[in-house]
Design a protein around this ligand. Structure first.
Ligand code: KG4
Ligand code: ZN
Length: 355
């Protein structure tokens, strides 16, 4: 099925065409330079720019796929979570396109699309079978989950305060490392000493006294406070540079995620980990997970094969190929969204304990 997908949940204006799980085009027009002066996404600017750009981006996605509007067999768009005014632009464009051409339409969840993204990187072979353990790390979410199908996800753990990407963005903003923060810190950290500062890891098990189980949860407010307000308390060496702060922060931020994730690997016995979301592009996270898989195999004499799957970098951040790919799965199954479906800023589905 040839599906045209749209993604406008934040500051990327994106359209893509996917056919039988193969990406025919994946156009992302980024608004980063327009939000950079504010060191963060300005919702009003984002939605106005999506309105101006969406037609051009959709046309370019068709052109790069070598197709015309008449070749499209269905449309899909992110409907939640995200900035409401921005989501509505892509959603309504996709609905109007479907209505005008009498095509099936599906509204999809942006987070499920991130989790689906890596499946598009297997054009010549079968993607990893379900179930697998998902690590969903973006600017707004940090989720460890069990995925039994593209639309059947059980949240095992999440953040109790800030998301991982949010912590990268806030630290980068405070120290003026660059915008957007995640990539800026990742680049800067390459030249830094990750042992220069020994930042604290959260002790979530202490919260268990309240009767809550935080075994797979993460927290970033303590790390953020340590890096921003208490830097000197955690210094291990003299004459440190910005790169040392970035490297030490990045290491701790990733280790917080991995500690929870590796617990989930051990407890669930699932042997495949699939990552998704903007933070999945992080080079330290990618190398640490590869190292973990290698160590597990070595320790077990090759008996334990842990598979770690990351989307290619262009499918980690916001893009429409993941939306079109996930949309194709729903549409092939016969699922349809009504043309009066609306967008929502938040989503209940990614709360712990769901479904
Ligand atoms: O998935 P995404 O593009 O948008 C959301 O759905 O939120 O994720 C954006 C987040 C931002 O917080 C950004 O700083 C972070 O992903 N990010 C990174 C890297 N590239 C993007 N974080 C760490 N390392 C990176 N290389
Ligand atoms: Zn996203």
């Amino acid at each position: 099925m040839i599906v045209l997908g749209f993604e406008t949940s934040c500051d990327e204006c994106a359209a893509a065409v996917v056919h039988n799980g193969i990406v025919l085009s994946n156009v992302v027009a980024t608004q980063i330079p327009f939000h950079a002066p504010w060191q963060g996404v300005v919702p009003e600017i984002a939605s106005r720019m999506h309105t101006e750009w969406i037609y051009g981006v959709a046309s370019e996605a068709l052109r790069q796929a070598g197709l015309k509007a008449a070749n499209i067999e269905g449309t899909a768009a992110s409907a939640h979570p995200g900035l409401l005014g921005s989501l509505l632009v892509g959603l309504h464009f996709a609905k109007a396109f479907a209505w005008a051409r009498d095509l099936p339409f599906i509204a999809v969840d942006h987070l499920l699309a991130h989790l689906y993204a890596s499946r598009l990187s297997f054009p010549d072979s079968a993607p990893p079978p379900y179930p697998f353990l998902g690590l969903l790390v973006s600017g707004g979410h940090s989720v460890i989950c069990r995925a039994d199908n593209f639309d059947d996800v059980t949240v095992l753990g999440t953040t109790i305060d800030d998301a991982a990407g949010e912590a990268f963005d806030k630290v980068a903003k405070y120290y003026s490392f660059g915008y957007p923060g995640g990539k800026a810190i990742d680049d800067l950290a390459q030249k830094g000493n990750s042992e220069a500062f020994k930042f604290p890891m959260p002790n979530l098990h202490k919260l268990d006294k309240k009767g809550k189980d935080h075994r797979y949860d993460v927290s970033y407010s303590g790390l953020k406070t340590a890096v921003v307000n208490q830097l000197e308390q955690f210094r291990m060496t003299d004459n440190t540079t910005d790169a040392d702060i970035a490297a030490s922060f990045q290491k701790t931020a990733v280790e917080i995620l991995l500690r929870a994730l590796f617990r989930a690997v051990e407890d669930t016995g699932l042997r495949t980990i699939v990552a998704g979301g903007g933070v999945a592009a992080n080079s330290y996270l990618r190398s640490r997970m590869a190292e973990y898989a290698k160590t597990a195999a070595k320790r077990s004499g090759g008996a334990e094969q842990l598979r770690v799957i990351f989307p290619p970098p262009e499918l980690c951040g916001d893009n429409a190929a993941m939306v079109a790919g996930l949309g194709e799965q729903y549409l092939l199954r016969g699922d349809r969204s009504p043309l009066n479906v609306s967008a929502s800023a938040r989503v209940r589905a990614f709360k712990k304990g769901y479904p």
